[in-house]
Design a protein around this ligand. Structure first.
Ligand SMILES: [Zn+2]
Ligand SMILES: [Zn+2]
Ligand SMILES: [Zn+2]
Length: 140
């Protein structure tokens, strides 16, 4: 799956058409480029190929050589990297807007990420406790 289009602040559907994955209709993530010069998310295209009997491009129906998926052209990569996107943790309260190329870096150190981790840890603790209780019950 790609990046949700709604998260981009300056995406222009005409200018950035080529950056949209035709399979998930989001902005391409870990993009790959086919011999027929179409761009998809790496995961979307691999899933598509795995599902279909004949691997054909979802856009132009050309046969796709799954062994020869290329990295996207530099010009598209530059365009992609320059797009500004909202942080993954926007819903947790982060209002940062960063360039796509800086997103990974930001997400790694985003202070709202910790909210998520703490919740996760709490859940794990809770589960442990539940397991403990059920084994106690067995002993009784
Ligand atoms: Zn996709
Ligand atoms: Zn194609
Ligand atoms: Zn953030």
């Amino acid at each position: 799956m790609g990046f949700d289009i709604e998260r981009f602040v300056d995406l222009n559907k005409d200018d950035h058409k080529c950056l949209i994955c035709a399979i998930c209709t989001d902005v391409v993530q870990n993009a790959v480029y086919t011999e027929c010069e179409h761009m998809f998310c790496g995961d979307c295209l691999r899933e598509w190929i795995a599902k279909s009997e004949f691997c054909r491009c979802p856009i132009c129906n050309e046969v796709i050589d799954a062994e020869h998926l290329n990295p996207i052209p530099r010009i598209a990569r530059n365009l992609l990297n320059d797009l500004r996107i909202k942080c993954d943790f926007e819903k947790k309260g982060c209002d940062a807007i960063v360039k796509l190329e800086d997103l990974m870096q930001h997400v790694k150190q985003c202070k709202f990420r910790n909210h998520l981790t703490m919740r996760g840890e709490w859940k794990a603790l809770h589960l442990k406790r539940m397991k403990f209780n059920s084994s106690q019950i067995k002993m009784l």
